[in-house]
Design a protein around this ligand. Structure first.
Ligand code: C5P
Length: 253
């Protein structure tokens, strides 16, 4: 998969259209309101392409889209700005409760200030994965994440969408790809944005984040037992998007 494609980080409302064509396999979820609206959970490690894929699937189905990582990134950014240390669980939980966040046209704002670009830096990525180890921070973000579940449905991406946040999701997909391939994708993505980074340091950051995300006690990165695991190492964005839509029962295009 190439790193090109729409930029993730865009928690959003559906862009219109209807979910009326969804397959009946979704059962009761199909017609249910808010809390029971259908959810597609897409989890995976850093730079596995889940943001781009989830965004594409949400657009194809005209579903809401939740990039849960951006919430952890927002807490991380605020912590850096307020000089709250990544190991200060109580301080971080206080920040999380007070976070004044909005998502508009795919851009995140904090207290009305557009912070979409600041959220994607490697420094914020690292702090986000450090603060994400605290169970209190995770529970403080739970209600915010679940609030995205609304008709006609939600595509939610992150690390624990299928295991913890939406355990009743009708479709759970876990994306994997080799660390080298993920570093290469991230490298290309940054280059297209005019940011030059050393690929070895990207690979090191990705491995460190993988290790931290997978070994933490609270909601570690792991596929749900009922998740479909998709190795995207040799697949294009279009192929993975089509595969997820096919799993959902909706032809691509
Ligand atoms: O997905 P993204 O790379 O933007 O997430 C940033 C960090 O936030 C991850 O490395 C992970 O530690 C944390 N995270 C999490 N649970 C989620 C989403 C993100 O712990 N559902």
């Amino acid at each position: 998969m190439s790193a090109a494609g729409p930029s993730p980080g865009a928690n959003s409302a559906p862009t219109g259209g209807s979910a009326a064509a969804k397959p009946q396999a979704w059962g009761d979820d199909m017609s249910a309101a808010g809390p029971n609206a259908p959810v597609i959970a897409i989890d995976g490690p850093a730079a596995s392409g889940k943001g781009t894929i989830a965004h594409n699937v949400a657009q194809a189905l005209r579903f809401h889209y939740l990039d849960s990582g951006s919430l952890y990134r927002l807490v991380a950014l605020r912590a850096v700005e307020r000089a709250v240390a990544p190991d200060d669980a109580a301080g971080l939980t206080g920040l999380t409760a007070d976070l004044n966040v909005a998502f508009r046209d795919g851009r995140a704002t904090l207290d009305g200030r557009d912070v979409a670009d600041s959220l994607r830096t490697e420094a914020v990525s690292t702090v986000a994965s450090k603060i994400a180890v605290h169970p209190a921070v995770r529970s403080a973000l739970m209600a915010r994440q679940r609030a995205f579940r609304a008709p006609p449905g939600l595509v939610a991406e992150g690390r624990d969408m299928g295991t913890v946040v939406f355990p009743d999701a009708g479709l759970k997909v876990f994306l994997t790809a080799s660390a080298e391939q993920r570093a290469e994708r991230r490298h290309k993505q940054l280059i297209t944005k005019g940011i030059s980074v050393n690929i070895d340091s990207l690979l090191r950051d990705i491995r460190e984040r993988d290790a931290r995300d997978s070994t933490r006690a609270a909601a570690p990165l792991a596929p749900a037992p009922d998740a479909v695991i998709l190795d995207t190492t040799n697949l294009s964005i279009a192929e993975v998007t089509a595969a997820v839509l096919a799993l959902y029962g909706e032809p691509a295009g």
